[in-house]
Write a protein that binds this ligand. Sequence first.
Ligand code: NOJ
Ligand code: CA
Length: 764
Amino acid sequence: MKRKPFLFLLLAISLGIASNAAEPVKLQSPDGQLELKFEVVDGIPQYSLDRAGTPVVLPSKMGFTLEWRDDLAHAFVLKDTKYDTFDETWEPVWGEEAQIQNHYNEMLVTLEQPVGSVESMDHSTEKKATVMQIRFRLYDDGLGFRYEFPMENALVYFWIKEELTEFAMTGDHKAWWIPGDYDTQEFNYTESRLSEIRTLFDESHKDGGWPWKGFSPTGVQTALQMKTDDGLYLNIHEAATLDYPTMHLELDDKNMVFRAHLSPDATGYKGRIQAPCTTPWRTIMVTTSATDALASRLILNLNEPCALEDVSWIHPVKYMGVWWEMISGKSSWAYTNDFPSVKLGETDYAHATPNGTHGANNANVRRYIDFAAANGFDALLIEGWNIGWEDWYAKQKDFVFDFLTPYPDFDLPGLNKYAHEKGIRLIMHHESSASTVNYERWMEKAYTLMNQYGYDAVKGGYVGTIIPFGEGHYSQPINNHYHYAIVEAAKHHIMVNSHEAVRPTGLCRTWPNMIGNESAMGTEFRERIKPGHTTILPFTRLQGGPMDYTPGIFETDMGKIVSWGGKMRTTICNQLGLYVTFYSPLQMAADFPEHYAQFMDAFQFIKDVAVDWDKSLYLMAEPGDYIVTARHPKLSTLNKAAEGVGTLSDGKKGVVSNTTKFVYDLPDDATIEDLWHAEAHDVWYVGGITDENAREVTVKLDFLKPGVKYEVTIYADAENASGIPDEHYNAQDYTITKKTVTSKSVLKLRMAPCGGFAVSLRSL
Ligand code: NOJ
Ligand code: CA
């Protein structure tokens, strides 16, 4: 649209606004270290961020290009600035700590494109000013800002062509990045300088998820972790992404300026907006150490408080699954090989020939239930239970599943009863095959079926090309679908763990039934996962919420399961370390019962470890290299899942989970009555993981209660252990040591290449 600079100049003069003359408005973090500056330069809003007087983000432009009217990119005047401060402590339903401090200083700037200074197709700008506000929240560990559009405005309904937010970096920082993509986040990370992204981009796409659709050779995803040459850790991400597309970043690698690149919808628009509304928060975390980055709760704090009144039905879950059998290639999701094409309602499964490899059959499921129950787990996931898996993959099929009809060899009522009698809940599986329209058609019935049989958690999946066709996995309409699934599930008291859904942005604070997401490269990628991958994810993907990474692989040589399998770059102790270094209230022991049976002494750690915490300490970390974390279990949620099974009419009463037995030092056959009379011991867990480099770390136990003796159990890589897949591959060699320690003790722990360690500490 044609601009009217002359008219704007007249207006500016009449309003007494000299575009360059005004001083920037400023905001400081509560500790005074971070300073934000905002100003309007030649009608363009821009911000910058300093730490201790040194620039962290150089002047960066803000705004939008729009359809049907002049852009929100020029002709702005600053009308008003309001300040506020906020300090509260809130308690998450589950999390890395029992209490989180949310302390920030706030500045709200109101910007206007005055009447007549811009043009619009509907002539609204001739009658009213266009109002855009920007709300900045400055924390000690970073900045969040979002755009807000009040109702009283020339701009009520509008279509975004692009968001113009910039993040101008001060140099050629080191970064841990995955390529920008409209359809998958399942990539290995590349560690490089920003200037190297362009040349490494094609390589970065290798071995990733499918389908994939890059948009620029310098496009990257958030959360993007960076480190400056001065040792500052910077992280760009977003918070509370609702009814809006996901933000990617595109780097101008001459100037080291990132620009927002929103995920388009099927028609190419990047957000259809209706005022009054706000955009998601754009976040820049700034910390002086890697461990402070892991401790940051910036993203959660920028989300709204819990939207649910009753959260009593939400609980942490430690689970096993009829799952790795299919992922590793040993078993199939499909029941029969009779049909190259399946039509639900027409295909006659009752007379089909079983293929003999169907994992979700009654006998096999019972075997897993028995093992999970005997070892004190909460739940069991079963995939491939429902008809339709014969042609589920890569067919772009709309009506792919009904989420209701079990295969002939899966006795849904009978297996649930069997599980509940043993104190185990079954976890439902809804693979949508990315047909969001089909899933929405069946969702209410599918959730009702879950309620009928006592399933209280569902694993969702979005593999493949999104239907409606033309949408990507992270556009506004599809982000709305994921949210719809969460909200509808909450009405049914169902907890959700979505795979392939959009990377989380802290919405689990508001909707704590969102207990997991995959949304990154997880264990299913097996031998394709690079060393160090799991030392990066807590800095990036996990900033937005927990990940269902599915750790716990003890048979790390996939070649022992199928002829085409390779060796995973990990060791058993590396797998154990993940239970502490990765936070998730939903944590899986992913391997087969028969593999655990060979290493029951190491499996003991998975049995004992908690999955929800009242305190977390990040002892040592460097992205791409290593992480060492210590965590203290939250007693109030310890046995919640088992209690839930007890409330089912067909459920076994008084089940005690194995973690509870460990914390209260109860015998294997302990009952709930024993628990009533027992006292909790003081328990800590410490986990460590490393990349391809062996490392020795010294862990001071000064976080233990002074003057108290603890029994420590150390699960460590053996001297010759190695997770590097060469002739020295030795992933299953470990030692287990027990001794007595106090808060004055120091542990020296060695991690093998691709290895790790796990430690449990219980007061005597
Ligand atoms: C991909 C998921 O990440 C995996 O966990 C699941 O088993 C398959 N899709 C099938 O739904
Ligand atoms: Ca996946």
